[in-house]
Design a protein. Structure first.
Lengths: 496, 199
């Protein structure tokens, strides 16, 4: 390993700027500090989100090595995974202790580490607290064209802002804290082009689940996906974040949607977004961030939006997707032997019989929340279904966990909390909650959950828990009917 | 990081497809603030089943794990690599790996070997017979006592790091001047990008 392996500045810059490039290539090129002669690039990281689960070992290693955080102002720390979603203060306003000693220790470590290394920390009791992937865009910390990382695979979410955002392990968290860079190989590029319009009652969540079902849980491995087509241009930022969030469930480390007027309007005036002359300069730059005509993708997938129905999962991989009008598949329907084995195991775990109509599957739990679906539009969509209705008697536990304190406050201003509680839901404090059950919110063994989260893995929502991934409106429909249900048959016509 | 040159020994024939990192190490084990001792939680759900392959005495101490497509998908938790390392695993052989897991593995001295499904199937058979498998990172080959020889590829940087036990952070710290130059240009051209939380 000699010192002169790197080439700086990159002589390819001028050539590369003149040929058509994808959005991914443009963001990548803008962040290359140097390229080693083995092809590995040192990539500058603009924004780093830190939470309590994947950071303690990184901070400890920095401490042992006596290293500071290189650019503390480019990092934002927020607790989310372990936090209970029950009230955080007692009637007198005193902060309540965390009952689980391990969770408490992990949360305490972040509370100490962030200020010790000069990093902005949003405490659990602040109204700005929430899931990192909700907080980043909401605060204007996540910006178009930036590289964003976090020790969490759903960092792909921020691609909805037009950022190159991806999850990293704890060693990489330490690498970014110490150097504000990562050593990376450029990924291949995949275009997922969706033509046409989504039908009534079909949402961004249904679309991304459909896409994962089409390309498979490993279909995006080695790629960064760019979602293209008028469907995405018409989506709100909330919907784009939902789509990009689940890129990782298709194996892609990152997903992107080009920033546009919708993105700029969302960001303007956010606390950490550029302002004044900086804003104008930023927008001028962001307008260049789109795939050039004639740019080549390594792979293209085309989806007809009209074929997308409200989606639901039947198995234990996010690729196990079927339209709500469909049936539990038969293992014999799959050509690949390893998939047949996996399907048999999945159906056994899920307690499902091949051929069963998905709408005949009863559910006992409903979870509305997670970095995929806990933003204000998600809560509005669920509330629109629940207004004037109540959860079915066989639904034992139904909770709504807003993505942040600000989402919660806005929902309360709009009266959504009262719709949820009148429908028999519990209205909770923000956090990751039952998406992965690191906090006390877990689905009991053997019970089913209609969940707006992103993973239906074995044991994900608690040991033995059976997860069916759905959109917020579909989760609400499941709550009302007590089984997986087609929300389009419930006659919802408007927002509350 | 412990260098890895050649690994010789038994292999656990797990063979499942889409083994996610929640399977490798369930979320309750992520509450630790240490990297140590996670082998106890490795494959906890699988190991609750009687006769599971992980605890089969026939494979005790095996340094190699053989799995199906998309190994390590899902969560970015490096705890998955720590847990495998704590079990004594130095090599995982599969038809494909998740991008995040394979990066985490290399940083912890674990070699991800990508081989075609038929080669993986053959190695599963060898492993089940209790025969040893040899993985040589120097020659980029997997061999068996039956004269099987499978070549694999690994990006040269990762190979170099594994062979020499290099730490990426040390390498990058040595590039401080280049990073500083990038930051200077950036601060001058796009100052708003460098402000972050310091608005």
């Amino acid at each position: 390993m000699s010192k002169d392996v790197a080439i700086t500045p990159n002589p390819m810059d001028a050539i590369m700027a003149s040929r058509p490039r994808t959005l991914y290539e443009k963001i990548w090129d803008a962040h290359v500090v140097e390229t080693r002669d083995d092809g590995t690039a040192l990539i500058y990281i603009d924004r780093h989100l830190v939470h309590e689960v994947t950071s303690p070992q990184a901070f400890e290693a920095l401490r042992v090595a006596g290293r500071p955080v290189r650019r503390p102002e480019l990092t934002l720390a927020v607790p989310d995974h372990n936090l209970p979603t029950t009230p955080r203060r007692d009637a007198n306003g005193a902060i309540l202790p965390i009952a689980d000693p391990q969770s408490a220790a992990q949360l305490a470590a972040l509370e100490v580490n962030a200020p010790a290394f000069g990093i902005r920390y949003i405490p659990a009791t602040a109204k700005e607290q929430g899931i990192v992937h909700v907080v980043g865009p909401e605060q204007g910390f996540s910006l178009p064209g930036t590289t964003i990382v976090c020790g969490d695979s759903h960092t792909a979410c921020h691609g909805g802002m037009g950022a190159l955002a991806f999850g990293i392990g704890t060693s990489e968290v330490e690498h970014v804290l110490a150097t504000q860079t990562l050593l990376l190989q450029q990924s291949k590029s995949m275009e997922v082009r969706v033509n046409g319009d989504l039908g009534p009652g079909v949402t961004a969540k249904d679309l991304i689940m459909h896409i994962i079902g089409q390309i498979g849980a490993a279909g995006g491995s080695g790629y960064v996906i760019e979602y293209r087509g008028a469907v995405f241009e018409r989506m709100s930022i909330e919907q784009r974040l939902t789509v990009c969030n689940m890129s990782i469930e298709a194996g892609a480390r990152a997903g992107l949607i080009a920033p546009d007027a919708v993105t700029f309007a969302y960001l303007k005036g956010r606390p950490m977004a550029p302002a004044g002359a900086d804003w104008d300069a930023a927008v001028a730059y962001w307008r260049t961030l789109h795939t050039d005509d004639g740019a080549a993708f390594d792979k293209s997938v085309v989806i007809d939006a009209a074929t997308v129905e409200p989606s639901v999962t039947w198995g234990t991989s996010p690729e196990d997707v079927v339209a709500i009008g469909g049936r539990v598949p038969d293992p014999q329907d799959f050509a690949d032997e390893s998939k047949r084995v996996a399907v048999r195991k999945s159906l056994d775990y899920m307690g499902l019989t091949p051929g069963t109509a998905m709408t005949d599957v009863p559910i006992e739990n409903v979870f509305i929340g997670s970095c995929t679906n806990s933003r204000i539009e998600d809560l509005r969509a669920a509330a629109a279904v629940l207004k004037g209705r109540h959860k079915a008697d066989n639904v034992l536990w139904a909770i709504v966990v807003p993505g942040s304190g600000l989402v919660k406050a806005q929902a309360e201003d709009e009266g959504l909390d009262r719709i949820f509680t009148a429908a028999g839901f519990e209205w909770r404090e923000p956090g990751c909650s039952a998406c992965l059950g690191m906090n006390p919110d877990k689905v009991p063994p053997g019970e089913r959950c209609a969940s707006t989260s992103n993973r239906n893995f074995v044991g994900r929502q608690g040991p033995g828990a059976r997860t069916h991934l759905v959109s917020p409106a579909m989760a609400a429909a499941a709550a009302v009917t007590g089984r997986l249900a087609d929300v389009r048959l419930l006659g919802v016509t408007s927002n509350p | 990081m412990q260098p890895l040159n050649r690994v010789d020994g038994g292999a656990i024939p797990l063979g499942l497809k889409n083994v996610d990192t929640d399977i490798i190490i369930p979320a309750k084990w992520l509450k630790t603030i240490s990297r140590e001792g996670l082998g106890a939680g490795a494959f906890e759900t699988l190991r609750a089943e009687p006769g599971n392959v992980i605890d089969d005495p026939a494979y005790a101490g095996a340094p190699i794990l053989i799995a199906g497509d998309n190994f390590g998908c899902g969560s970015s938790r490096e705890h998955a690599a720590w847990a495998l390392g704590d079990l004594g695993i130095r090599v995982v052989i599969a038809p494909s790996f998740s991008d995040i897991f394979s990066g985490n593995a290399v940083k912890n001295g674990i070699l991800p070997v990508v081989l075609p499904q038929d080669a993986v199937d053959r190695l599963m058979d060898i492993a089940r017979q209790g025969e040893p498998i040899t993985v040589d990172l120097e020659t980029l080959t997997v061999t068996t006592p039956y004269q099987d020889r499978f070549a694999f590829t690994l990006d040269p940087f990762r190979r170099d790091c594994l062979l020499n036990g290099l730490d990426e952070i040390d390498l990058t710290m040595a590039r401080d001047a280049a990073i500083g130059a990038f930051e200077t240009t950036r601060t001058s051209d796009q100052p708003w990008l460098m402000r972050g939380t310091a608005i």
